[in-house]
Design a protein around this ligand. Structure first.
Ligand code: TRP
Length: 388
């Protein structure tokens, strides 16, 4: 019997080369040896911001076009949409009783999100703070009082100014920076429960193997805890899933930051050769390598990481020649452009030829299969908890 794999992605739109090398190629290669369920995690996509539902709707189609074009095969694997399988919500509810709030507050991904929101807020507050604080006239008065040797009034004024500054600073930084456990109102209950929903995703299909990147390990650990707790309390029905860690090749965005659609620095699987060329030519390289013969530092160059991901063994020669100052950036870019454009060409053509309604149909059919499997598990769960 083939083992069951479950993995998923939030629909963020078109897939870039980081997704391709880090996730999708791996999924494609697993399809023959496992029973694969690939989930479009659209509810998860709303946990940061519930108002992006329309955008998510479009992103679902674009994302699945790319999945299909690189070889995720609906004949071999079940491609389904989380929101079309309501059993996820029910299992999520049952699981939510098994996890303490404290356990969720300790989840690293949650802590990072909270820290991000707090940082953004405190930055805007500090700039307001400096602008809004008008103390010049008071300071002038203090100087006047001192000139007329009225120390008492000068002190009174000074105290009042200091008091105001203190108050403003406390108010504007608010509890954001002073109380470590503070959670800003932008953070929803849904976000806190993100990993509980993910546990439901995996266990609803009795997933045994979960291919994920290292960043998702804490979520899988929570899934394992939930599975064990459920089995102990209600009845032994869930496998305790194992991670299948994929070594994710490093790919940087064309500006040197992490590659991400939101940074506008991504090369997409569906980009035309022309677009790929423009993006690669605009990409930063080692800023110290100005002339062709200057030695470069491949380890900080996004173009080098593209070679490493797409150029087979060829990247080693590139690395050597770059360091020695034999290879200039223009030539280096020209070569990788050619290689990438060629290797992405067939994907792009396939995804261009995929009509929206065909994709919608594939998702519908996959979700129907997923629902059937999910309902089997859910009826077991209901039997275990309520005896019906
Ligand atoms: N949290 C995952 C991510 O951000 C997406 C995801 C949702 C997932 N449900 C899952 C991954 C179940 C693996 C299994 O990448």
């Amino acid at each position: 019997m083939k083992k069951i794999i479950l993995s998923g992605m939030r629909p963020t739109g078109r897939m870039h080369i980081g997704h391709l090398k880090g996730v999708l190629e791996n999924w494609v290669s697993l399809q023959d040896d496992y029973n694969c369920y690939f989930e479009i995690a659209d509810w998860h996509a709303l946990t940061d911001d519930p108002t992006i539902n329309k955008e998510v709707q479009r992103n679902v189609i674009d994302m699945v076009k790319d999945w299909l074009s690189v070889g995720i095969d609906p004949k071999k694997s079940v491609i389904f949409r989380q929101s079309l399988v309501p059993q996820h919500a029910e299992l999520h509810l049952a699981f939510s009783m098994l996890v303490s709030v404290n356990r969720l507050l300790r989840n690293p991904t949650f802590k990072e999100k909270v820290a991000d929101v707090r940082k953004k807020k405190s930055e805007t507050k500090i700039s307001l703070n400096l602008e809004g604080l008008k103390v010049e006239s008071e300071i002038e008065s203090i100087v006047d009082y001192l000139r007329s040797e009225d120390a008492k009034e000068a002190n009174r004024m000074l105290k009042s100014v200091i008091g105001r500054i203190k108050e403003e600073v406390m108010e504007r930084l608010s509890v954001v920076d002073t109380y470590e456990g503070y959670i800003p109102p932008e953070i929803s209950y849904g976000l806190l429960g993100y990993p509980v929903l993910q546990a439901a995703d995996i266990l609803l299909y009795k997933g045994e193997v979960v291919p994920i990147g290292e960043d998702q390990l804490p979520h899988l650990e929570l899934t394992r805890e939930i599975a064990r707790d459920f089995n102990r309390i209600y009845g032994d029905i869930f496998p305790v899933p194992e991670p299948l860690l994929t070594s994710i090749p490093k790919i940087l965005g064309t500006d040197g930051r992490k590659m991400s659609k939101s940074y506008n620095n991504a090369i997409f699987i569906s980009d035309s050769p022309e677009t790929i060329r423009n993006k690669v030519y605009k990409s930063i390289t080692d800023p110290m390598k100005i002339r062709k013969n200057d030695p470069g530092r491949p380890e900080i160059c996004p173009v080098f990481y593209m070679h490493k991901a797409f150029n087979g063994e060829g990247y080693m020669q590139i690395e050597e020649d770059c360091r020695k100052g034999i290879l200039g950036c223009v030539e280096c870019k020209r070569r990788i452009t050619e290689i990438m454009a060629e290797s992405l060409e067939s994907y792009r053509k396939k995804s261009e030829n995929l009509k929206d309604d065909v994709v919608v149909e594939i998702i519908k059919e996959g979700s129907k299969k997923a629902r059937e499997r999910a309902e089997e598990t859910m009826s077991e769960v209901r039997r275990c908890i309520w005896n019906f």
